[in-house]
Design a protein around this ligand. Structure first.
Ligand SMILES: [Zn+2]
Length: 82
């Protein structure tokens, strides 16, 4: 008891393209160039990029690839479903 009520939103993870539940205050979003499907630090155009939500499961799958390429890991929000 005493926990603040959480907001729950549903959106589509841009990686696995399925609906997932998340807290809109803490969900991780990644800028994605809709023309290439890539974030600017992986070759997408920063000027066209729009923020897209990503689920914790996909963050866990993507981070090893980002680290291998010398990019920073994305920190998961930690309170999402998938
Ligand atoms: Zn996902």
């Amino acid at each position: 008891m005493g926990d603040k009520p959480k907001l729950v939103a549903f959106g589509i993870c841009f990686v696995h393209e399925r609906t997932f539940a998340f807290n809109p205050d803490t969900v991780i979003t990644v800028p994605i160039d809709p023309a290439t499907g890539l974030p600017p630090d992986m070759g997408g155009d920063a000027g066209r990029a729009i923020s897209r939500p990503i689920c914790d499961v996909c963050i866990g799958k993507i981070n090893p690839m980002r680290i291998k390429r010398g990019l920073d890991a994305i920190a998961p929000a930690g309170d999402q479903g998938s």
